[in-house]
Design a protein. Structure first.
Length: 229
């Protein structure tokens, strides 16, 4: 505040610099201006997507069309076996058997602040991405995917009307599935998307990829099953 006030007092012309009333009037004006200045400065921080929390994120979400409540966003828990296809298998005393004639296998979920940031970023990216894997401007699919997953993913064209996205295992599978459920992965019209989770330093591959591991050393990439989107 003092530095802000001093900058303006130093601008007073010589004939008024020693006039106490003139200085007092200017101080009152500047102090009121500082309140507005501080508010606007705080506004920028409070609504920065990387630092915003709570209702500020809710406001940013409304701007791009994202709400905290995701209908059918969380898979219900059912009986299952370890290493089965279920993401969260439970034992007999913890969850019921899956019933194909029952209600929806999904239930609404509420996004946390970190998930809200992820969803808002995804929606903003999808609204501005062009349908090219690589493009001169920073609006192509490759840039979008790498920006969305913070350089923890890469997209490849399979040349068969499908694209594969390889995602670092550090990204939670649940967040990816929520993203897919809301159709927030940018892609060209009519192109199928395959997502595979990998461990960058420990994934099986062939000699053409010097970073891959051989049999007995590397683990296979995990394919996340996705309906046609």
């Amino acid at each position: 505040m003092n530095e802000f006030l001093k900058q303006y007092l130093d601008l007073i012309i010589t004939q008024y610099s020693d006039k106490s009333k003139a200085r007092s009037e200017i101080e009152i004006i500047i102090k009121n201006s500082y309140v507005l200045f501080a508010f606007l400065k705080l506004f920028k921080v409070e609504f920065d997507l990387d630092t915003a929390t709570g209702d500020r994120l809710d406001i940013l979400g409304r701007i791009v069309g994202i709400t905290r409540i995701v209908e059918e966003g969380l898979a219900k828990s059912y009986f299952g076996w370890k290493n089965g296809i279920s993401l969260s298998p439970r034992t007999f005393d913890q969850a019921p058997l899956f019933n194909i004639f029952g209600s929806s296998p999904y239930t609404p979920t509420e996004l946390s602040d970190s998930q809200m940031r992820f969803f808002i970023r995804a929606k903003a990216i999808k609204n501005s991405t062009v349908a090219y894997l690589s493009h001169d401007e920073k609006s192509d699919l490759q840039f979008a995917i790498q920006y969305l997953f913070r350089s923890k993913a890469i997209m490849l064209d399979n040349y068969n009307m499908s694209m594969s996205i390889y995602i670092d295992d550090i990204i939670p599978t649940g967040d990816i599935i929520l993203l897919l459920g809301q159709n927030l992965i940018p892609k060209p019209q009519g192109v199928r998307i395959l997502l595979k989770k990998i461990q960058p330093a420990n994934t099986f591959g062939f000699a053409s990829n010097p970073l891959s591991k051989t049999f007995g050393q590397g683990k296979f990439a995990q394919l996340i099953f996705i309906p046609e989107i």
